[in-house]
Design a protein around this ligand. Structure first.
Ligand SMILES: [Zn+2]
Length: 464
């Protein structure tokens, strides 16, 4: 009796092991099947480690940016499209780790659990349509004119990204050699593989006055009736100087924002205190990245713990140790335009099978409520008067642009980074934008001019 019982127990354990093993295998197949299939050792899809199968990558108008021809992956005939969409489209070798040809490879190949990669091959695989406009991207790269930096434009109501350019870039048909990149001492290839709109981390300079202004509006009830006095320099309580870019004389809060007075914004930051300013920076998404279309954006770093009085003053206009990501600035501007609600940017519009069936469609999602509608409306007013009363409308005729520039000191004897970020108020043109030109000098003159060319190109592209 005892022996039978023991045998039963052993048999039962064996059966349990077999069932457990099969469950793990089936589970892995379901969860990881696509990863196994798209491994570069799969010769149906790759040749010499290079992706040679799958569908096309298209821009928003259906312009082909990447496709398969005679068993080879080919790209647009236009070098301007190839270079300006490189960081979004990626390459078949995987140098651009965050390009859709890598991150959306299983959809491009057309893997599914039932048929495997039955659809792969020439004219097979799924087509992946992006939200960007190749012409606008090309215009943005041309406007950067060989300088490093990035440009982003997105619809602040839907989240669709219309423009995403990062420089330096290269032509996928004429990639600089690995040794050229590694041995380069000039810095011209620094960040070559990065999509800086999402991966960049920069000193914000005066674009950050937007953050301090939001904090002031939310915490100082009479801030719009305040007057500040700027003599070009001001000494904080710890005896250290705050330097302004001009002698602004007596200015109101709105004028101080319009004219980008450092003294006024240092005084505001110090009055608000590290805790409140930190809370606002966190709430506006500057210290967190976000996940979109299988990539994670870079976090900024606004850390005011341990800042001295004058440090806090410098932080109030985007210096001290402030670091931000360009996409976070773009979405913050989008939130102001959108009544306080930040909509998440996305760049994959849809995926469709060779028969035209819809495999995936993007949908709008929110990053959160960044501020009250009242604060957004007051910010909208001072961002608008910055253009109408200070910059002038010449660069943005008829577009009702609201914006703030930044000329961010980076030290080391280098020219400052030029920033220009904002949005159009027009209901029929609901776009927010960010431009960073590394070591570009003046925010408005340099980055503002790039923004002007890009918005013109977008307006024209949408009007066609
Ligand atoms: Zn000043």
């Amino acid at each position: 009796m005892n022996t039978i019982y023991k045998r039963c127990k052993i048999l039962f354990l064996l059966v349990a092991f077999v069932i457990a093993g099969m469950s793990v295998l089936a589970g892995t197949f379901i969860v990881k099947g696509n990863e196994y299939v798209i491994k570069s050792a799969n010769r149906h899809l790759y040749s010499g480690g290079v992706l040679i199968s799958g569908g096309r990558v298209l821009d928003r108008n259906g312009v082909t940016l990447s496709s398969i021809h005679d068993g080879e992956r080919i790209y647009s005939d236009y070098s301007s499209y190839r270079r300006s969409t490189l960081h979004l489209v990626g390459d078949q070798y995987g140098f651009i780790a965050n390009g859709v040809q890598t991150t959306w490879a299983s959809e491009l190949i057309g893997y599914n659990l039932i048929t495997g990669v039955f659809n792969a091959g020439e004219n097979g695989g799924n087509d992946l349509r992006l939200t960007v406009d190749a012409d606008v991207n090309a215009a943005a790269l041309s406007a950067l004119d060989g300088r490093k930096g990035c440009v982003g434009v997105y619809n602040y109501k839907t989240g669709a990204l219309l423009c995403d350019v990062s420089a330096p870039t290269y032509d996928v048909y004429d990639k600089p050699s690995n040794s050229d990149i590694e041995d380069d001492a000039t810095g011209r290839y620094t960040g070559l593989y990065l999509n800086k709109l999402f991966a960049g981390q920069y000193v914000p300079g005066s674009v950050f006055k937007t953050v301090t202004a939001v904090c002031a509006i939310e915490n100082i009830p009479d801030v719009f009736s305040r007057t500040f006095r700027c003599e070009g320099e001001w000494t904080a309580a710890d005896g250290k100087a705050i330097i302004c870019n001009d002698e602004h004389g007596y200015v109101t809060f709105e004028e101080a924002f319009n004219q980008s007075c450092n003294v006024a914004f240092a005084q505001l930051a110090i009055e608000l205190g590290a805790n409140r300013l930190q809370k606002t920076a966190d709430k506006l998404g500057l210290n967190a990245g976000f996940r979109t279309d299988r990539i994670m954006t870079a976090k900024g770093s606004v850390d005011l713990s341990g800042a001295s009085v004058s440090d806090l003053g410098w932080a109030g206009f985007g210096q001290y140790t402030d670091i931000v990501n360009p996409a976070a600035i773009m979405t913050m501007m989008g939130a102001i335009a959108n009544g306080g609600v930040a909509v998440k940017p996305y760049f994959v519009d849809s995926v469709s099978s060779p028969s035209g069936a819809n495999v995936y469609s993007a949908s709008t999602s929110e990053l959160g409520t960044y501020m009250s509608p009242q604060t957004a409306s007051l910010m909208d007013g001072i961002l608008r008067s910055t253009v109408t009363d200070y910059y002038g409308e010449s660069k943005f005729e008829g577009l009702r642009v609201c914006a703030k520039s930044g000329t961010a000191e980076v030290g080391g004897g280098l020219e400052p980074h030029a920033w220009f970020a904002g949005y159009s108020q027009r209901e029929d043109f609901p776009y927010a934008f960010v431009v960073v030109v590394e070591n570009g000098g003046s925010g408005y003159n340099t980055a503002g001019s790039v923004a002007s060319e890009v918005l013109d190109a977008l307006y024209y592209a949408l009007d066609r």
